[in-house]
Design a protein around this ligand. Structure first.
Ligand code: NAG
Ligand code: NAG
Ligand code: NAG
Ligand code: NAG
Ligand code: NAG
Length: 344
């Protein structure tokens, strides 16, 4: 009797495993198919390949979205980290690097506008990207190709997916964002119209002296040179250029804030490491979602390390320091930083 029932269990388990493998394989082929459709340049996302009932579910899912979020400004690793953390929230979808602005032509096509499908296809694209990155990209648990020293995988949360509903969806774009914004504030308005929900912005700031110094070091390809203790780069013309570029971008961030007011939140980059919980709480409040202790606890594990102090690796004249200090006073999000104090 006992042996019989344990054999039944054995069979049942085998069956279950078979079923799981089967559905995984089917899912895999569906995703391959989707991939092919994508790469042929036809924007046929999941919305146009799924059966009507599932489609209905997706429409409902995307109609439940309450906020569209974007990042402005750029310090890289902080943005990637914050985006990875927000994507791990049970109600938030933010792919690492879709770049809505870069892809915007697609959502202007008459094919989508006629059918009133822009919003659904946009949200679906972001959702698909988030899923892909959680499986195969920098947020994958098995990704070993990362050289930045940061991990973007948060086990036990919702990267690439959601629990019951998607309340917030958005994009974390690449370095070009602020430059793009300069020329295309109009695109933001269009995105807002398509998304049909309020827009929110996340602006991660960093000590301008470090930021400008890093830009100069990148431009002169000196980042490896300065790894050596005590080495400083003395290139005044290059530093001037970096100062000029930096304030152009600051001005474009300023314009977003003038237009969108309280919808922009400033997150000083170093705060994410020094006070992870408080910083995440501010972000959750800003985006209108509740965040559990479990979420804070799991996310805090990937927030560590101190941002580098690049300003010490570059020769600044007193005049340059004074001028930049004066210029920062024009921007609320920069005015508290100084050359001599830690916050970076
Ligand atoms: C990484 O893990 C995902 C599942 O989390 C899997 O689909 C993928 O094939 C894995 N990639 C490698 C290279 O092992
Ligand atoms: C790791 O992430 C990088 C960047 O997205 C990607 O190019 C690479 O294929 C990923 N590797 C794995 C094993 O997922
Ligand atoms: C940097 O270079 C200028 C000349 O271009 C020189 O006058 C100055 O002393 C140098 N400063 C340092 C700290 O090396
Ligand atoms: C501050 O902004 C005002 C108005 O945009 C401008 O006229 C002024 O030159 C700026 N000052 C500095 C120090 O950048
Ligand atoms: C390293 C770093 O933070 N660099 C950023 C400084 O800010 C400019 C624009 O404000 C970005 O282009 C850099 O990526």
């Amino acid at each position: 009797m006992i042996s019989l029932s344990s054999r039944n269990w054995y069979r049942f388990t085998l069956l279950l495993i078979g079923f799981l493998i089967g559905s995984f394989v089917i899912k895999y082929f569906i995703s391959i198919e989707k991939e092919t459709l994508f790469s042929r340049g036809r924007f046929v996302g999941i919305l146009e390949t799924t059966i009507p009932k599932e489609k209905e579910t997706l429409f409902k899912l995307y109609d439940g979205v309450e906020t569209f979020v974007m990042f402005i400004g750029y310090p890289r690793s902080s943005h990637s980290l914050l985006a990875a953390i927000l994507d791990a929230h049970p109600e938030i979808i933010i792919p690492n690097e879709y770049d809505v602005i870069e892809h915007w032509e697609k959502y202007r096509s008459s094919r989508l506008t006629e059918k009133n499908m822009q919003k659904y296809v946009l949200f679906d694209d972001l959702h698909q990207h988030s899923m892909k990155q959680a499986m195969f990209g920098i947020r994958a648990g098995n990704n070993t190709s990362l050289t930045t020293g940061y991990h973007y995988n948060i086990p036990g949360l919702w990267q690439g997916g959601y629990q019951r509903r998607i309340k917030v969806i958005g994009d974390k774009k690449g370095d070009k964002t602020a430059l793009d914004l300069t020329s295309s504030m109009r695109v933001l308005e269009e995105i807002n119209q398509v998304a049909q929900v309020p827009m929110k912005f996340i602006h991660v700031t960093r000590n301008p002296f470090d930021n400008i110094s890093t830009m100069m070091l990148l431009a002169t390809e000196s980042r490896d040179t300065v790894r050596e203790e005590g080495v400083k780069i003395n290139k005044s013309t290059e530093l001037e250029r970096a100062i000029k570029n930096y304030f152009q971008m600051a001005a474009s961030n300023q314009r977003v804030r003038e237009r969108y007011g309280d919808a922009v939140i400033d997150i000083p980059g170093h705060e994410t490491v020094i006070r992870p919980k408080e910083t995440l709480q501010r972000l959750c409040d800003h985006l209108g979602v509740t965040c559990s202790e479990d979420y804070f606890e799991k996310c805090s594990r990937i927030l560590y390390g101190a941002p580098s102090v690049a300003r010490d690796k570059v020769v600044w004249t007193e005049e340059q320091k004074a001028r930049v200090t004066k210029m920062t006073k024009n921007y609320t999000f920069l005015k508290d930083y100084s050359f001599d104090e830690y916050p970076n």
